[in-house]
Design a protein around this ligand. Structure first.
Ligand SMILES: *[C@@H]1O[C@H](CO)[C@@H](O)[C@H](O)[C@H]1NC(C)=O
Ligand SMILES: *[C@@H]1O[C@H](CO)[C@@H](O)[C@H](O)[C@H]1NC(C)=O
Length: 297
């Protein structure tokens, strides 16, 4: 009897404390400082409206008023940081070669027409700009636009060079970086802890476990950005208003990717996501304008 009362009261205490801290996380954790807030995020610069990861795409998105550019990085043979999603150029350029085996000068141009990865049977016809840009070119052109950098390969030189560029261009407060692989994120954080990191995939699973056991409100988190892929098997478990509310109250932004239609935009914002990554920046902009979803302050 006594033991039962003890167990019941302990469990009740745990559940109540967890629920209280879930709602009011700042009782335990210092809120992370948000250096910027992004609602409108252009995935690979908006891969449905321009050739992905080109300067033309980034310019179009920034002219439209996007809050953030999302892009991917690789390292060439002569150790230049370039912006490209794939390490092998077959899909993008029609040539079976790896970026890491070519110098920057040797990189071929993109094809005229590229498939849009997250939109079935959709191709994007590009304009004049078919060049794989240097990360430096993007930093030069858009000194005030936050950028989400996916570090595509586990290469120490790449991580070091990106960090050096971010520091040189004074962009520590305008950057989030990482990858779905945890060892890359760990290396990024170790290389430069002043640049915010995103949750890797294993850390997303860990976060889910913590959330559903009620432990999350007690745990410190180093990441500042949760980026949820949709659709995925995990999406339904992750798309929880209480989770988003808890994370955003801790200063952790929640982005959903890659959403390309209005129903999904609506659902994401209804659940309290901070921002949406899209291949169609114009479509998202029009949706936000029509629904009075304003730019973040
Ligand atoms: C590109 O790199 C991958 C992985 O390192 C390797 O398996 C592949 O053979 C390379 N492709 C070419 C064309 O060299
Ligand atoms: C990193 O990339 C550079 C350039 O492609 C290459 O020379 C180097 O061997 C790579 N380092 C590692 C550890 O893979």
């Amino acid at each position: 009897m006594c033991a039962a009362i003890y167990i019941v009261s302990t469990v009740t205490g745990y559940v109540l404390t967890s629920a209280l801290l879930l709602k009011c996380p700042t009782l335990l954790h210092r809120r992370k400082r948000e250096r910027f807030l992004s609602k409108h995020i252009s995935h690979r610069g908006g891969a449905g409206e321009n050739l992905e990861n080109t300067m033309a795409a980034f310019k179009h998105a920034v002219d439209l008023g996007t809050d953030m550019l999302e892009l991917d990085c690789h390292l060439t043979k002569d150790e230049q940081v370039v912006v490209s999603h794939d390490g092998n150029l077959k899909r993008l350029c029609g040539i079976n070669a790896n970026i890491s085996d070519l110098t920057y000068a040797e990189l071929p141009p993109y094809l005229c027409k590229l498939g849009v990865t997250f939109q079935r049977e959709c191709f994007c016809e590009g304009g004049e700009d078919k060049r794989i840009p240097l990360l430096r070119d993007v930093f030069d052109a858009f000194p005030n636009t936050p950028i989400n950098i996916d570090i595509k390969v586990n290469n120490d030189t790449l991580i070091k060079k990106v960090s050096e560029l971010v520091v040189k261009y004074d962009r520590e407060d305008l950057t989030v970086w990482g990858n779905s692989r945890n060892h890359i994120v760990k290396k990024c954080y170790k290389e430069n802890p002043h640049i915010p990191v995103l949750f890797s995939f294993p850390r997303v699973l860990h976060l889910l476990g913590l959330f559903y056991t009620g432990l999350l409100p007690f745990m410190p988190l180093k990441e500042q950005f949760l980026e949820i892929p949709m659709p995925s098997l995990l999406t339904n478990l992750l798309m929880r208003k209480a989770l988003f509310q808890h994370l955003t109250a801790r200063g952790i932004q929640v982005y959903i990717w890659v959403l390309n239609d209005e129903e999904d935009f609506q659902r994401a914002f209804d659940l309290g996501a901070t921002g949406v990554m899209t291949d169609f920046p114009t479509r998202l902009k029009e949706f936000m304008d029509r629904n009075g979803i304003s730019k973040p302050q």
